[in-house]
Write a protein that binds this ligand. Structure first.
Ligand code: UDP
Length: 405
């Protein structure tokens, strides 16, 4: 399977990957997160776990289970990490820990390296028996709500290392810290090439007309993704350039706010024709792929973002992308080269119009985006980095914080 990437991924990544997998062959590698579907973490793991196994590492992916209350609490922790004011009572913290404890009893936590994704399963560190444990934080924790972050620190600081997606997301910690950007899989259903017929079939089935330019945003119905802002920008642009808007997404199973936001979006779009709100079931990768390929301009107008995988997905399909200047989006969008960064609804509307009116510019930006993703954001590079971190902490106890370097 990994050999299928030659000719696609940079050769330097593949060579290093081969050497690292030889070093770590037959060792066990466990990933734990809180959902198998929806969101960027699940997206990456679905593809990475089989590849790691194919390279000879004994890799498992486990999910922690929790009740509604647990996910309400973890959503609050997630939001507080991103700077939203939230209150978590002692009773809620207790429940958060107890659910993790139940999961520790249920799951086999034995592995040579354990990668714990995000805050939800972070307390599992209390039940570590062996191996190297790495906390993989996908969220921007540069300005968290202190009280809530401080409570979580007791868990996070007990790991052997922490990995953040972007340097400025990191907090100073007394353990080794690493920066690894996420990635997309060029051979997965979400990103592989599709035929014109496949794209047209999807458009027909989802009732998306192909007679006008399509503006698209694919994301969970989450306020930080600013779906209402996208509609506002579209309403401005549409006054000058006839186009349609597609908002495609699904509420993630670990996100109880999804339905509320979706209703808000529907209400806001109700008075405007040509807005298509598509509720996609889980595992709609091929449909998302087709939607991204039929789009003329793709938006990821986030107000807060982890990395923003949808940006690389759009760029890989040679689409001009307009992204909110937040989180990992500026790492992918080099303003004016691989896309446009925006700070406002007016800015987004202006860039939509500019791209719709300049197809040559849209094409050049799309080509640059594709090459930029190939060099920096493919899954082979990310696996290379994970294995490098594991290999590098094998013999160490404590390292320096990146912020001290
Ligand atoms: N995605 C999906 N179905 C949806 C919405 C999004 O499969 O209804 C995918 C999307 O294509 C991307 C990932 O989920 O691969 C979202 O990752 P991103 O980093 O953009 O945002 P997150 O949801 O992790 O905040």
């Amino acid at each position: 399977m990994i050999t299928q990437y030659s000719g696609i991924s940079p050769k330097s990544d593949l060579l290093l990957l081969q050497r690292l997998s030889e070093k770590l062959k037959e060792r066990s590698f466990l990933h734990i997160n809180s959902t198998r579907e929806g969101g960027g973490v699940a997206e990456i793991l679905q593809r990475m776990v089989p590849l790691l196994n194919d390279m000879g590492l004994d890799t498992r992916w486990e999910i922690i289970e929790g009740d509604e209350r647990f996910f309400d609490i973890t959503k609050k922790i997630h939001n507080a990490f991103q700077g939203n004011l939230e209150t978590i009572t002692d009773d809620m913290w207790h429940h958060f820990f107890e659910v993790n404890k139940r999961n520790a009893d249920r799951l086999n936590l034995d592995a040579d390296a354990v990668l714990i994704h995000d805050p939800q399963p972070a307390p599992l560190i209390e039940f570590k028996k062996k191996g190297k444990w790495i906390w993989r934080c996908h969220i921007d924790v540069s300005r968290p709500i202190k009280e809530i972050y401080n409570h979580m620190e007791q868990y996070c600081e007990r790991y052997d290392a922490a990995i953040f997606s972007v340097a400025k997301f990191a907090q100073a910690m007394p353990i080794s810290e690493f920066i690894i950007t996420p990635s997309i899989d060029p051979l997965g259903e979400k990103n592989k090439d599709l035929t014109k017929e496949e794209i047209e079939e999807t458009a027909e089935r989802l009732q998306i007309p192909l007679d006008r330019p399509i503006i698209l945003q694919v994301s969970r119905f989450d306020r930080f993704k600013d779906p209402v802002g996208v509609i506002k920008a579209y309403k401005i642009a549409k006054k000058y350039n006839d186009c349609i808007l597609v908002l495609a997404g699904s509420p993630a199973t670990d996100d109880p706010e999804g339905e509320v936001v979706l209703n808000e979006v529907k209400e806001y779009a109700a008075d405007t024709p040509d807005i298509h709100i598509l509720l996609l079931p889980a595992f709609s990768d091929k449909d998302i792929n087709a939607l991204q390929r039929m789009a003329t301009v793709i938006l990821q107008k986030s107000l807060k973002e982890g990395f923003g995988l949808t940006v690389s997905e759009a760029m890989w399909k040679r689409k001009p992308i307009i992204g909110g200047a937040t989180g990992g989006i500026p790492l992918q969008i080099l303003h004016g080269v691989t896309g446009f960064l925006v700070h406002s609804i007016d800015g987004a509307a202006f860039r939509i119009r500019q791209l719709l009116s300049n197809p040559d510019m849209a094409k050049t930006i799309g080509e640059s985006g594709r090459e930029y993703v190939r060099k920096n954001f493919l899954i082979t590079r990310q696996i290379r980095d994970y294995l490098s971190v594991w290999y590098s902490i094998e013999d160490e106890n404590k390292g320096k914080s990146v912020l001290e370097l």
